[in-house]
Design a protein around this ligand. Structure first.
Ligand SMILES: Nc1nc2c(ncn2[C@@H]2O[C@H](COP(=O)(O)OP(=O)(O)O)[C@@H](O)[C@H]2O)c(=O)[nH]1
Ligand SMILES: [Mg+2]
Ligand SMILES: [Zn+2]
Length: 356
């Protein structure tokens, strides 16, 4: 490898990028660690600094998925006297974690780039849902990264419930590694630490409230990221929306990810959004980011109903389906007990759990 770039290896650089790096002589390679409204935060071997997109870049790249996102490698022009760098190019992405934009077919919403492993996080308490897990797995595989499943809050369920969930995951044919942990008892935290490799990039995805930020704080050994307790008091809410690439002590690179809810696309995670792209698209116009479209003032969905742009029936269907989905998740414990078809998996999963 070009000796000029070996310093970047700890930031995730590899031969794959080396073969594709075409920065000019005056440009430096840097990795995007965060994207803010008006600038990027990037990092190279020497420093982290702010950078803006060159006009020519914006001119050539009109789709949002073409803009640099967290994890991207970019060519930045920055003289020692410059405070802010200028991004002229984005390197090809080795992997891409992205979602289809609501209502649009060509554009995708980038979540993160050049991620090696995506940790799909679900809480085994109330959030657990194999169908949703499968949808995440498709998204991960489409983008070329390797998936890993992480079940959190094991302190809140009986071991049998956890065993059943593990069995259900395997019964669904999910072959990805599954880890379990509790941020409260710390059970499983060391196992997670051991699986994190230096210079590899991990991205945590999953519903809001499952414990993603708490996990990263655990791994850091300090409260760097705001968790829900903090952010729900108001101001902190904004900081959660930002995705940030963080370097752990062991050298692993981790990207936290706010729940999809925080992007104002409530329902998208449950899959209901697939059938109601119009409501999901409208949601970005609601006054509140996490509008439930039921009673909040300034709700764009309900306004569309009153103005006749959307039929009352369509709206009612959406609310009904969403409630059912919430009920399904709540009654999961009951359903599980009755589900005899899965019974035979319990035993083997229990055995797996008992293995040292
Ligand atoms: N009981 C329990 N609570 C947890 C656990 N992990 C996180 N929490 C709590 O769940 C809430 C949401 O956590 P947070 O990290 O903000 O979730 P995020 O939205 O996925 O980043 C917070 O109140 C945490 O204290 C866990 O393993 N067990
Ligand atoms: Mg969080
Ligand atoms: Zn609304």
């Amino acid at each position: 490898m070009n000796s000029r770039h070996t310093d970047l290896i700890r930031l995730g650089w590899s031969e794959w990028f080396e073969e594709r790096a075409e920065c000019g002589p005056d440009a430096t390679l840097a990795r995007v660690v965060a994207v803010d409204r008006d600038s990027l935060l990037v990092m190279n071997q020497a420093e982290s600094f702010r950078a803006k997109l060159a006009g020519s870049y914006l001119y050539r790249n009109r789709l949002s998925q073409e803009l640099p996102c967290v994890g991207d490698w970019v060519c930045v022009e920055k003289r020692p006297t410059d405070k802010v760098g200028l991004v002229h190019m984005r390197l090809e992405r080795r992997t891409a974690l992205r979602r289809k934009s609501a209502g649009e077919s060509v554009d995708h919403q980038m979540i993160a780039a050049n991620v090696d492993y995506v940790m799909i996080v679900q809480s085994c308490h109330q959030d657990f849902n194999v169908k949703r897990l499968e949808r995440y797995l498709v998204m991960v595989r489409d983008g070329g990264a390797a998936p890993c499943v992480l079940l959190t809050k094991t302190d809140l369920v009986e071991p049998e419930v956890l065993a059943f969930q593990l069995a259900e995951i395997r019964a669904a044919g999910v072959a990805a590694p599954v880890l379990t942990l509790s941020n409260v008892t710390r059970a499983g935290v060391d196992d997670l630490k051991r699986t994190l490799l230096p210079a590899k990039t991990y991205c945590l995805v999953g519903s809001s409230g499952v414990g993603k930020s708490t996990i990263i704080n655990q791994l850091l050994g300090r409260d760097m990221l705001p968790t829900q307790d903090v952010s729900e008091t108001g101001e902190g809410m904004h900081t959660t929306v930002r995705r940030e690439l963080i370097i752990l002590e062991g050298g692993a690179l981790v990207i936290d990810n706010p729940g999809m809810r925080e992007f104002g696309i409530l329902g998208a995670e449950s899959g209901i959004g697939d059938s109601f792209p119009d409501i999901i698209a409208l949601a970005s116009g609601c006054r509140y980011r996490n509008c439930s479209h039921t009673s909040e003032p300034g709700c764009a969905a309900r306004e569309a109903v009153s103005s006749g742009d959307m039929s009352q029936e369509h709206y009612d269907n959406y609310i009904k389906l969403r409630e059912e989905s919430a009920l399904n998740q709540l009654s999961y414990g009951e359903k599980r007990k009755k589900d005899r078809a899965l019974g035979r998996y319990i035993k083997s999963a229990k055995k797996d759990l008992e293995k040292p």
